[in-house]
Design a protein around this ligand. Structure first.
Ligand SMILES: Nc1ncnc2c1ncn2[C@@H]1O[C@H](COP(=O)(O)OP(=O)(O)O)[C@@H](O)[C@H]1O
Ligand SMILES: Cc1cn([C@H]2C[C@H](O)[C@@H](COP(=O)(O)OP(=O)(O)O)O2)c(=O)[nH]c1=O
Length: 204
C-alpha cells in the first residue's frame, strides 16, 4: 500500500538520522528525500518528481520536512494563517496530504548539543546559532500544538531515545498502518518501551 510519511521536528532532533535508518534498516520498499528548499512552491516540484510517481507505484515515500514545517514556521510562528497555507497547498498546488507524520520531540538545549557535535564531525552548516533558544522552544511547542490539530495523522516520538529505539517505534507504527492509528486515537503518543498496542491500552 502506498503511504506518504513525513518526519518533522526542530533542527537537531534527529530527522536526517531517522531517515537514514529507515532507508538502511527499515526493510521497507521506500523512497526517501531530504528536501532543502523552504519555499512552499518547491513542494510542487517535490510532489511531481518524487512523491506522486512513487505513490503511484505503491511505494512508501518518506520525506524529511513537508507541509507541517510550513504550518509551524510560516504559520504558527510566522503570520500566515494555517487555512491559507493549506488552501494553497491542497487546492492551488494540489499537493498530496501526508498519511503519517512523526514529530521528533526534543529539548532544544539538547538539540543544540547534538548540532555542535554534528558540526565537529561533519562540518555541516546549521543556522541554529543565529536564532535564540527561545525561538526553538516556540517551534517545539508549535509542533505539539499541531499534534492537537491533527491527532489521527501525527505521532509524537520521544527523540531523546536511542536511534534504534526511535527506529523501532516508528517502524511499528508504519507497519501496522492504518490499523494501529485507528486504535490509538486520539493522542497517538507512544511512550518509551511501549508498542502501539500497549499505548492503545494505556490511553483508553
Ligand atoms: N537518537 C539519537 N541519539 C543521539 N544522537 C543522535 C540521535 N539522532 C541523531 N543524533 C545525532 O544528532 C545530530 C543531529 O541529528 P540530525 O539527524 O542531523 O538532525 P536533524 O536532521 O533533525 O537536524 C547528528 O550528529 C546525529 O548523529
Ligand atoms: C520545509 C520548511 C522548512 N523551514 C525551515 C526549517 C528549518 O529551520 C530550515 C531548514 O531546514 P533543514 O535544513 O531541513 O533543517 P534541519 O537542520 O532540521 O535538517 O527551514 C521553513 O521555515 N518552512 C518550510 O516549509
Amino acid at each position: 500500500m502506498s503511504l506518504l510519511i513525513t518526519i518533522e521536528g526542530i533542527d537537531g532532533s534527529g530527522k536526517t538520522t531517522l531517515l537514514k535508518n529507515l532507508k538502511q534498516k527499515g526493510g521497507l520498499n521506500l523512497v526517501t528525500h531530504n528536501w532543502r528548499d523552504t519555499a512552499l512552491v518547491a513542494f510542487e516540484e517535490l510532489a511531481r518528481k518524487v512523491i506522486n510517481p512513487n505513490l503511484r507505484e505503491d511505494k512508501r515515500v518518506v520525506i524529511d520536512r513537508y507541509l507541517d514545517s510550513t504550518l509551524v514556521y510560516q504559520g504558527l510562528e510566522g503570520n500566515i494563517s494555517l487555512q491559507d497555507i493549506q488552501e494553497i497547498a491542497y487546492q492551488n498546488i494540489n499537493l498530496p496530504p501526508a498519511d503519517l507524520t512523526f514529530i521528533l520531540d526534543f529539548d532544544p538545549q539538547q538539540a543544540q548539543e547534538r548540532l555542535r557535535k554534528r558540526k565537529l564531525e561533519t562540518g555541516e552548516y546549521t543556522n541554529w546559532d543565529n536564532l535564540k533558544l527561545e525561538f526553538h522552544r516556540r517551534i517545539r511547542d508549535n509542533y505539539l500544538r499541531l499534534k492537537k490539530l491533527f491527532p489521527e495523522r501525527i505521532w509524537v516520538i520521544d527523540a531523546s531515545q536511542s536511534e534504534e529505539k526511535i527506529l523501532t517505534e516508528v517502524l511499528s507504527v508504519i507497519n501496522s498502518f492504518p490499523a494501529s492509528t485507528e486504535k490509538i486515537l486520539p493522542s497517538g503518543r507512544i511512550e518509551a518501551g511501549e508498542t502501539p498496542e500497549m499505548a492503545a491500552k494505556r490511553e483508553v
